[in-house]
Design a protein around this ligand. Sequence first.
Ligand code: PLP
Length: 394
Amino acid sequence: MPSKSGRHFLQIPGPTNVPGRVLRALSQPTIDHRGPEFAKLAREVLTGAQGIFMTKSPVVIYPASGTGAWEASLVNTLSPGDKILMFETGHFATLWRDMAARLGLHVDFIVGDWRHGVDPAVVYARLADDRAHHIKAIGVVHNETSTGVVSRIADIRRQIDAARHPALFLVDTISSLGSIEYRHDDWGVDVSIGCSQKGLMLPPGLGFNAISDKAVAASKSARLPRAYWDWEPMLRDNKAGFFPFTPSTNLLYGLREAIAMLMDEGLERVFARHERFGQATRAAVKAWGLDIVCENPAEYSGVLTAVMMPEGHDADAFRQLVLDRFDMSLGTGLGKLKGRIFRIGHLGDFNDLMLAGTLGGVEMGLTLAGVPHKSGGILAALESLSSPWLSPVP
Ligand SMILES: Cc1ncc(COP(=O)(O)O)c(C=O)c1O
């Protein structure tokens, strides 16, 4: 196989492109994780992560993928047989439900069509019905990475409050953190679950829990078995800048750099940048005459766009052609959407010209694969990108 010239386009919705600044930070020599230099690094990233989650509460960082951080959120807050309300927004919400069931929780899983986010009115209805407060937690995926549908966390919080229900609110912000507006404190979330390889622009390997006081209090009496994931030794040792086990030292160097980059740009601008990529991508898809998975404009994602393949065309064969011809990776359809959709990731270390290149690869791929579509998608995206951009922050 001849080597390819130019850059690979990694346009899956995570892991995302790792910026040079972060790659260089990762390559520093590994240090003693029980020494003073590490304690300084740990304090910096633990405080910095609070800024990204927009919280004053502690954030713990596991050497783990997002799935580990999911497990941590459940085993620290709940007891065997506890009832948790979850919603079938897509593949990841379904996997999280499976995990909760395997851990011995009783899951009330609200069926969904994978084209809509969580309906806040349904949350209200379920909670208002639960007068005896059997529901101990509500688990919602903010940005469903398998579909490009965003659930409205602030609206859901309002409905929990309107129902005057004490359930804990657990939110998967794995593919929204650092890309789509997310406010742990303002939105009254009890545990926010994140990971490194999406909006934080790092390689995979870090899992996060941002933990409210209410969640810490719940962890004192929660009885699901836990050892590695236990918040208590983490929170205790983190106070002095240490971990109860060996942390991912080099990923933490990268995290320090990534947080600095996001804060330099300003989170509001980061969110607006992603929103704009979403708009331009949807403009292209519309011009091609194709459908996107998300049906509710109030739930469009700035992180990824999931595109429906016309009947009779295999989305994975199309993706393979794009990879072979243009050296670009697009996201596959997951679960029941396998072969039926492809996902365009437009998050992380990403700019207008990268989006233009990405959409160029998709449009050329559609033509080469013989997928029926109209031309003009790129032009529509470029027009959308030429619309006024957020003025620089003084
Ligand atoms: C929304 C969401 N939740 C959970 C996960 C699982 O995370 P991981 O694969 O890092 O374990 C993913 C992975 O892409 C995701 O997108």
